[in-house]
Design a protein around this ligand. Structure first.
Ligand code: C2E
Ligand code: CA
Ligand code: CA
Length: 249
């Protein structure tokens, strides 16, 4: 694993987030892959927990933000000027004292408008020190960088966080999308989330959308964005670029 870090065997893949109404790609989520010389593509669930345990996540996490901003700059230079890049941030990484500086460094290095970067945080960021977390989120918010709450509904006391955190986006976890449009429990959770988000002025992204039926249900509920295999899985930079350039035409 240390060797993977040193040899830079990581790559970012990008998955579109589309407007439900227009189907236009408005955001991209950066998702890390480990390209192992012998085993091929290894998915993040199989190595992120290890990186978190041994502290390497801070180095890799900083690389993800830097690499994402670097790629975004290349796209902006090709005329793809209005796409937002969403980057996953692990709780360990967020807790570092210099986390906000890492973000500022990458924004400045590639001259990225702050509103084109979004950080996907989970409720786990608040476990240790809520006050510190709120201050850090406010600093990020002040920069103009967007904040999304990832895996919404899977942690505990999500509602308490919503009141204090300066967030822009809620991501409905795939585990809830899976049951749409038939499961009574999942439909109730999604409907309730939509009503609440509306009143709080938050944008909602449904994750893991795989069928037209799921999308139709989300449209009826007023969900703004969706992400999932129905439109596209995470893809390498070249393939995503093709989709983005086609959207421009
Ligand atoms: P996540 O943030 O909840 O990301 C969404 C996951 O759902 C991704 O898995 C994505 O490929 C998958 N997905 C999206 N649409 C569909 C769909 O329609 N069907 C199905 N079956 N799956 C779908 P992936 O890429 O394997 O990432 C897993 C998790 O690893 C992510 O969950 C995130 O928590 C973490 N992760 C990925 N990249 C990074 C990173 O750069 N930094 C950190 N700290 N964590 C990352
Ligand atoms: Ca995410
Ligand atoms: Ca999720």
């Amino acid at each position: 694993m240390e060797a993977a870090v040193e040899l830079n065997q990581f790559r970012l893949y990008y998955q579109p987030q589309n407007e439900v109404i227009s189907n236009k790609v408005v955001k991209l989520e950066a998702l890390i892959r480990w390209i192992h010389p012998l085993k091929g593509i290894i998915y993040p669930d199989n190595f992120i927990p290890y990186l978190e345990r041994n502290g390497l996540i801070t180095k890799v996490g900083a690389w993800v933000i830097d690499q994402g901003c670097c790629q975004l700059r290349r796209w902006i230079d090709k005329g793809i000027t209005d796409v937002v890049l969403s980057v996953n941030v692990s709780a360990h990484q967020f807790k570092l004292d210099d986390f906000v500086d890492t973000v500022i460094t990458s924004l400045e290095k590639y001259n990225i408008p702050a509103h084109q970067l979004e950080l996907e945080l989970t409720e786990g960021v608040a476990v240790a020190d809520v006050d510190k977390t709120i201050k850090k989120m406010q600093a990020i918010n002040k920069l103009g960088v967007l904040i999304a709450l990832d895996d919404f509904g899977t942690g505990y006391s999500s509602l308490a966080y919503l009141k204090f955190f300066p967030i822009h986006t809620l991501k409905i976890d795939k585990s809830f999308t899976d049951g749409l449009p038939s499961d009574g429990y999942d439909t109730a959770i999604v409907k309730t989330t939509m009503v609440m988000a509306y009143h709080l002025g938050l944008t909602v992204v449904a994750e893991g959308v795989e069928s037209i039926e799921q999308l139709e249900f989300l449209k009826k509920q007023g969900c703004q964005l969706y992400q999932g295999y129905l439109f596209s899985p995470p893809l390498e930079q070249e393939k995503i670029e093709k989709i983005l350039l086609e959207d421009l035409r």
